[in-house]
Design a protein around this ligand. Structure first.
Ligand code: MG
Length: 251
């Protein structure tokens, strides 16, 4: 069942989302060659707690950190540790926050210093695919219109959409119904209504869409070792259209 949110609930999720956004802005500034992903995790946890919120991922199914840090061929759910970022890497960071009983969730992929043209294009295409998905989130549209918008844009740019991991409803639980795949035909699934809140999160690979799980049972990597990017926003549908609750431009 899809739980539609009231204006009051969306207000709380917006507050949580603004903390997520501020953490991502802070991490973007901190990313440079030589920093460890554990240091990024520390920065994030401190910022989240400063706002009297909780890091949503810490302890989630025993995940040991406040953020996920996924470098290069790592798709999602990378565990922060002692690995140091290197010039030319790309890093995907996923941040989740719980505030006042509600969750918000967002992710972005950042270059470490100068990256090659293919990596730059992957980041741009993935970011724009999320924007296309968000623009498909209109009252009266169907859920799979969002999915189709991602796949259509990504495949026109000759990249591949990860199938095994999907976006999700979000609210009092981090993962609620419905699942939001990043692929599929348009015009399927439930009709989108005001009050729906979704975490939309395209994961895009340069090579094959197929992925593997590493032995740590968390880190997802591309099956062919090609680079992967990930962008995510928590988005509410209101009476007057969508609102990106995790936007860093809300002010
Ligand atoms: Mg998510």
């Amino acid at each position: 069942m899809i739980k539609l949110k009231s204006k009051r609930e969306i207000k709380v999720m917006r507050e949580a989302g603004q903390i997520v956004a501020s953490v991502l802005v802070m991490l973007e500034k901190a990313i440079k060659a030589g920093i460890t992903t554990a240091m990024l995790d520390k920065i994030a946890e401190k910022e989240i707690r400063k706002h009297r919120a909780e890091p949503a991922f810490l302890g989630y199914h025993n995940f040991p950190a406040s953020i996920c840090t996924s470098i290069n061929e790592q798709v999602v759910h990378g565990i922060p540790g002692l690995r140091r970022l290197e010039e030319g890497d790309i890093i995907s960071i996923d941040v989740g926050v719980r505030l006042g009983g509600y969750y918000s969730d967002a992710a972005a992929t950042f270059p470490v210093g100068a990256v090659n043209g293919k990596a730059r294009k992957l980041i741009d295409v993935t970011r724009i695919s999320l924007q296309k998905a968000i623009e498909a989130m209109r009252a009266g549209a169907k859920l799979s219109d969002i999915s189709h918008a991602v796949q259509d844009y990504v495949e026109k740019n000759s990249f591949a959409v990860v199938r095994n991991y999907v976006g999700h409803g979000i609210g009092q639980e981090m993962h609620e119904e419905p699942q939001v795949p990043n692929f599929g035909l348009p015009g399927r699934g439930p009709v989108l209504q005001p009050g729906i809140v979704l975490a939309i999160e395209p994961m895009v690979n340069i090579g094959t869409w197929e992925v593997h799980l590493l032995e740590d049972q968390w880190t997802v990597v591309t099956a062919d070792g090609s680079l992967s990017a990930h962008f995510e926003h928590t988005v509410a549908l209101g009476e007057n259209g969508f609102e990106i609750l995790t936007s860093s431009n809300l002010g």
